[in-house]
Design a protein around this ligand. Structure first.
Ligand SMILES: [Zn+2]
Length: 183
């Protein structure tokens, strides 16, 4: 899949979260998912790295989320008045941002399993548990129009989620707090 197609998948996967998160958290969630969706193919620019190698695994998706959680939790601790309180819980928004990072990478890996470009190295998403390449390739995605179509579908799903969220915010304003911001 082309980069624009990967961004479309990230937009589609983050849409359900955008529908239930408050707007500011939802915007950050989407930006992080989009950024994370570009990470796996950075292996193309790393000298000696195998394209569709370790960055295209579910383990890498989890690792990116955990690394992000550590960074967000540390940043939140430094910004809080009780900087030296190591027992303070990790803010809930930090967990959502970590999920966004994992989701972005996961979507990229899943899309490359389902829609690998012709003549590309297959993906082994379960490495290091299994080295077996998984190629489903239900759709031929070496096509700009199809990739742009995927981006438009993701954008559409996102627009629906934003619209739904806007109505939800009005409902929450009447009494229910929903998923809150903590920063
Ligand atoms: Zn890729």
């Amino acid at each position: 899949m082309y980069p624009i197609g990967h961004l479309g998948v990230a937009l589609a996967l983050s849409a359900p979260f955008v529908a239930v998160l408050r707007p500011r958290v939802a915007t950050r969630f989407t930006v992080l998912a989009l950024l994370a969706a570009t990470i796996p193919d950075l292996d193309l620019f790393v000298p000696g790295a195998t394209h569709h190698g370790v960055t295209h695994t579910l383990g890498f998706a989890v690792a990116v989320g955990l690394a992000g959680l550590g960074v967000f939790a540390a940043a939140s601790t430094l910004a809080s008045p009780n900087t030296f309180d190591s027992t303070a819980p990790v803010p809930r928004v930090a967990v959502f941002y970590a999920v966004a990072l994992s989701l972005g990478v996961f979507g990229h890996v899943a899309a490359d399993v389902l829609m690998l470009l012709p003549a590309s190295q297959p993906v082994s998403p379960l490495w290091p548990i299994s080295h077996a390449p998984v190629r489903v390739e239900t759709l031929q995605y070496g096509n700009t129009v199809r990739n742009l179509g995927t981006f438009c579908l993701g954008l559409g799903a996102h627009a629906v989620a934003v619209g739904w969220s806007a109505r939800g915010v009005r409902v929450r304003a009447l009494g229910s707090r929903g998923i809150d911001e903590e920063d």
